[in-house]
Write a protein that binds this ligand. Structure first.
Ligand SMILES: Cc1cc2nc3c(=O)[nH]c(=O)nc-3n(C[C@H](O)[C@H](O)[C@H](O)COP(=O)(O)OP(=O)(O)OC[C@H]3O[C@@H](n4cnc5c(N)ncnc54)[C@H](O)[C@@H]3O)c2cc1C
Length: 329
């Protein structure tokens, strides 16, 4: 049975935002193709999340449940998802380009022997109903429009924060189908012993709407509190360049860029960051970029929407005060 499927990623009983964003865009594609929009939940106890997927546009939700799927493992989730895809034959399968989504999408595509357009920033279908995907290449220097040959399913992973979720409508009730997967112990070849969380209650960089990032211009770890204060008043999170991470000033989980995280916030403030091609690869699709750098020739200014040529230590603290004042008003 054809249909457009969205893999619903969840963590600690909460569906990740990127899933709703993909559902929002996939709904248009499903209407255009005259197909059903379905979501797939995989885990040990996931049925409780199905109604939320309905509110965000899914007409049908597959709940693939087994005790052995209580935590994410590549082997278990690949087997559960690819078996169901082979059985139901959706025309399109979309996943978030998150850490888990990148891992799972590549494995599922490999298992199904189909192509995969990765880290896409736009999707559409042509008149023949074939998926068209837009994806950045060469560290974001160019965009490629890619299409698919005659394969099923056509698979793509979608960058978080680039598509728009629908307004949730709790009256939309999805059809829920429970599936018991055939996942055997030998399908799960790794054991997750512990998960160490960083960042506390703050959103993950990849899902943050506002990021205040600091680079080598911060001069040392003791100065990052000025970025943390600005991020706090803006309800954002702090990121870093690789130079800051390599110097041991910030944890690796804060790194934005080609070998760090790819982010697409509404606002990205780069303080003391030169704007190397590898850094731009991670934040170049941010909606608004503000650069604070004392060097007017810094490449970041070519990408920035707003630029302040000055010493960040003179600019950031008064900026924080100003935001505080505006919020108090
Ligand atoms: C394979 C590979 C992968 C890489 N991956 C990444 C990646 O994922 N992310 C990443 O960021 N980099 C990555 N890099 C490294 C990248 O090439 C740069 O070296 C790095 O981004 C530089 O970090 P920076 O901008 O903080 O430092 P710099 O390039 O040293 O820039 C510091 C900036 O701070 C400014 N400045 C200094 N003092 C002040 C002040 N008081 N006020 C205002 N401005 C000030 C300077 O004018 C300068 O522009 C990678 C490199 C390679 C080869």
């Amino acid at each position: 049975m054809a249909g457009i499927w969205v893999y619903a990623e969840h963590r600690d009983g909460t569906i990740r935002k990127v899933t709703f964003e993909i559902l929002g865009e996939a709904k248009k594609l499903a209407e255009q193709k005259g197909e059903e929009l379905c979501a797939v939940l995989v885990g040990a106890d996931v049925e409780g999340m199905a109604s939320k997927l309905g509110a965000y546009g899914a007409e049908r939700v597959y709940c693939v449940e087994a005790e052995s799927l209580s935590g994410y493992t590549t082997g278990g989730f690949t087997k559960a998802l690819s078996d169901l895809v082979q059985q139901e034959k959706p025309s399109i399968l979309l996943l978030g380009a998150t850490a888990n989504g990148k891992d799972l999408s590549a494995r599922v595509a490999g298992r199904l022997k189909v192509g995969l357009a990765t880290d896409c920033t736009g999707i559409a279908v042509d008149d023949a109903g074939t998926l068209q995907a837009r994806r950045p290449m060469f560290a974001g220097k160019v965009y490629a429009e890619v299409s698919f040959s005659d394969v099923t399913p056509q698979m793509a992973s979608i960058r978080p924060n680039v598509l728009l979720a629908l307004e949730p409508d709790e009256t939309r009730k999805p059809e829920v189908i429970k599936i018991t997967p055939d996942v055997k112990p030998e399908d799960i070849r790794i054991a997750v012993k512990d998960i160490m969380k960083t960042g506390g209650e703050k959103p993950d960089l990849t899902e943050a709407e506002i990021i205040v990032s600091g680079g080598r211009g911060m001069k040392g770890p003791e100065n990052y509190h000025i970025l943390e204060e600005l991020a706090d008043v803006l309800s954002g999170v702090v990121g870093a360049s690789r130079a800051a991470v390599d110097a041991g000033w910030r944890p690796q989980s804060d790194q934005v860029g080609q070998s760090g995280k790819v982010v697409t916030p509404n606002l990205y403030i780069a303080a003391g960051i030169s704007g190397s091609i590898q850094h731009l690869a991670g934040m170049g699709t941010s909606k608004v970029i503000v650069a604070i750098n004392k060097d007017p020739e810094a490449p970041i200014f070519k990408k920035a929407d707003y630029g302040v040529v000055d010493d960040l230590f003179k600019v950031v603290p008064p900026l924080t005060e100003q935001v505080k004042k505006l919020k108090a008003e």
